[in-house]
Design a protein around this ligand. Structure first.
Ligand code: COA
Length: 321
């Protein structure tokens, strides 16, 4: 049996009190029934103004380390997936490392693949472990879209929430377990369907940076690419979709998750759904969803992670517990 990477622990964090759909109906031309029927979202969390992304990510990382029984000092690598870093530089992973007692010294860097960020980061952790370059990797997905949303745009502001999730990836020699297949893609020709149009140009930052999206186009491409990629990892590992124990899809929209699940022919109880209570938390959504069922995953379960997002990026990871 060759060396593989497995997931040994997870943790999550949502800031403050939930903000219900009624809040948006109080000042925008929208209502709870529209939001729930089109997205499945009932609430989201919003970080207070004085909270940094590292403040939000730290408890998620500490919970994942405790759940994996790994000390920060034992980490060989820290990878942070985020689109909303505290600063352009240094990487948020380095700022997080400074808050994790004993973690100084190991490499730490950020990955920017928007809502696919956690799946991209998991691929890097898997590769580092299989190559023998790391034994214990902290993979964090954290985002604060409240910092980039236009709260007057009813088509986007209702869809996102702030959150952080983390997983500890470790080496295993146990036969038949670990990450079995990975499938990642990007198509930069679709960059404009999700973007923050403001740009760094010349010597100053231009534009607002507020989030913009072609919702119907994203909806269509996300379903097509997530289903295609989910099938690709199943094919790679010769696992029938019907044998999946859990589908942990990016939590953007209940209708997208249900369409992907239907395409794979999965029974309802195998599909993890957390989007109702925290909306789309971008890079945090997969580890948050995983944390919600962590105690119910048993050895031998096939768990499929699939995501799509800005870039346009998409991909999947197939893991056996
Ligand atoms: N409340 C009420 N009406 C709204 C609304 C809101 N919050 N947001 C948009 N509308 C309106 C639109 O203005 C439009 O009105 P019009 O027909 O008068 O022009 C109407 O609803 C339909 O808009 P449309 O964008 O076609 O709706 P939709 O059924 O495609 O749903 C989304 C919109 C955003 C929910 C849907 O496209 C979606 O979920 N896309 C994917 C978004 C996503 O998950 N992105 C992240 C992926 S990583």
């Amino acid at each position: 049996m060759s060396r593989r990477a497995t997931i040994s622990g997870v943790g999550g964090e949502l800031p403050g009190e939930p903000v219900g759909n009624a809040h948006f109906a109080s000042y925008l031309d929208t209502d709870d029934a529209w939001i729930v029927s089109r997205t499945g979202i009932e609430a989201r969390h919003r970080a207070p103004a004085d909270m940094s992304l590292v403040d939000l990510a730290l408890p998620a990382a500490e919970r994942a380390l405790a759940s994996a029984k790994v000390k920060a000092a034992e980490l060989d690598l820290i990878i942070m997936a985020t689109t909303t870093p505290d600063q352009f530089m240094p990487a948020t992973a380095c700022l997080l490392q400074a808050r994790l007692d004993g973690a100084a010294g190991c490499p730490a860097f950020d990955v920017q693949a928007v809502c696919s960020g956690f799946v991209y980061a998991l691929q890097l952790a898997d590769a580092a472990v299989r190559a023998g370059q790391a034994e214990r990797v902290l993979v964090v997905g954290a985002d604060m879209y409240s910092r980039i949303l236009d709260y007057q745009d009813r088509g986007t502001c209702i869809l996102f929430g702030d959150g952080a999730g983390a997983a500890v990836v470790t080496a295993t020699e146990t036969e038949g377990t670990g990450i079995a297949a990975v499938d990642l893609h990007a198509d930069g020709r679709l960059a404009a369907i999700i973007e923050t149009p403001g740009r760094v140009s010349g010597q100053r930052l231009e534009g607002t940076g507020a989030f913009a999206m072609d919702g119907p186009q994203v909806y269509k491409v996300a379903i097509e690419k997530m289903a295609e990629s989910a099938r690709a990892v199943c094919d790679q590992a010769a696992v029938a979709p019907a044998d999946l124990a859990w589908l942990v899809a990016h939590q953007a929209n209940l209708r997208i998750i249900d369409r992907v699940a239907k395409d794979l022919g999965l029974a309802d109880e195998r599909v993890v759904r957390t989007v109702a209570r925290h909306a789309n938390t971008s890079a945090a959504s997969i580890p948050l969803a995983l944390a919600s069922v962590w105690d119910r995953i048993v050895p031998g379960d096939w768990v499929l992670f699939t995501a799509a997002g800005g870039g346009f990026t998409w991909g999947s990871v197939l893991w056996r517990a």
